[in-house]
Design a protein around this ligand. Sequence first.
Ligand SMILES: Cc1ncc(COP(=O)(O)O)c(C=O)c1O
Ligand SMILES: Nc1c(O)cccc1C(=O)C[C@H](N)C(=O)O
Length: 419
Amino acid sequence: MSDTATTPSSPDTLRARAAELDAAHASTDRRDAFLLPEGVIYLDGNSLGALSVAARDATANAVSRQWGEQLIRAWNESSWWSAPERVGDRIAELVGAPAGSVVVGDSTTVSLYKAVHSAARLRPGRSVVLTDPDSFPTDVHVTRGVCDQLGLTLELVSPGDAVARLDGSDDVALASYSQVDYRTGELWDLAAITSAAHDAGALACWDLCHSAGVVEVGLTAGGADFAVGCGYKYLSGGPGAPAFIFVAPEHIAAFTNPILGWNGHATPFAMSPEHVPADGITRARVGTPPVLGIAALEGALTAYDGLDVADVRRRSLSLTAFFVECLDGLGIDLPVVTPRDESRGSQVSLRHPDAYAVVQALIARGVIGDFREPDIVRLGFAPLYLSHADVLAAAVHLRDVVDGREFERAEFATRAAVT
Ligand SMILES: Cc1ncc(COP(=O)(O)O)c(C=O)c1O
Ligand SMILES: Nc1c(O)cccc1C(=O)C[C@H](N)C(=O)O
């Protein structure tokens, strides 16, 4: 969705507006809970969330006290064994799901494999799985892999066309989509697509990587059957943080984990060679959980204590709307690909023919965002630790990089391995 600049505003007007908005959203300001380097405006919390004091301390405690002193007793004394369900319950609150329907442990990719595989098998006799060709690639890869394994057909249908594809159909087993597009930031209608899937006798699975913690996901309200999401983006669980899987309570008894491991067993310490799935969401577990990663994630989630996700969402919408207001006000004439209405997640993506170099020039100024192929400057606004004043400062840097053609400097052209 492209827009051009409108009436410019003076920096003073924008500064006053930032102060007014920060005061209005003071109750959701958790900046003090996070440890960001001085001079950095961090607009990449949608890829790797910032470190919080609580995540750092929880990790140090898990390493030094639990592992270092309790040693193997920590499985019981520090409740390591039940951490996947305990932290799952905390995430469930953030994504509108009941206790006992979410568990953490594997990567997003593995969690998605478990969800898609199990969901597709719940609709025998149906041959098609729908997913978005523009999904984050791992989602397309996993879904294709499951289809190959189960003899199903993968049909690549944009979420915008999913309801029409499902309408009146009887061949679809599963519609599997991301709630927020990782590149454009578009927010898709989880309830509408899920309901269209159900009307067609199909199930719906959602990837919440770019919505958990910043959008009122509403899994139960929207009728979602399965969902997954990662722990390291807005939830700030740290690099490689464990992901989560949601299975709607009505499907748990029929959920067949495609990876039968001992942690999903009803009596793991009976050491039986027969696999008897555990009751409840525990059957979605596989092997030994990443205890240190779960400790960091559990610490990070305390940043949400006392907050209502609806208020976090309001702050997020205000930050992203204000960024677009700053683009307009400062005369930054780059096409905005993220919807200007509220059908967006917590990012603003812009197009620029030299997007990679623009992002590098911003990083050199301490404004950390990222580049996504082919020409996207992607700026994520993690609401808990960003202010409207940060947003204005970032926009001023962007204007200076673009207007001053700073991105043309040779040092910004070289691509790093990880972008
Ligand atoms: C929508 C989406 N799904 C999945 C992933 C990643 O999966 P994994 O955590 O397994 O690397 C990402 C980002 O890396 C993502 O944006
Ligand atoms: N998971 C990542 C990684 O291990 C290295 C670099 C980036 C990532 C990401 O999370 C990318 C992210 N999902 C995206 O939306 O582009």
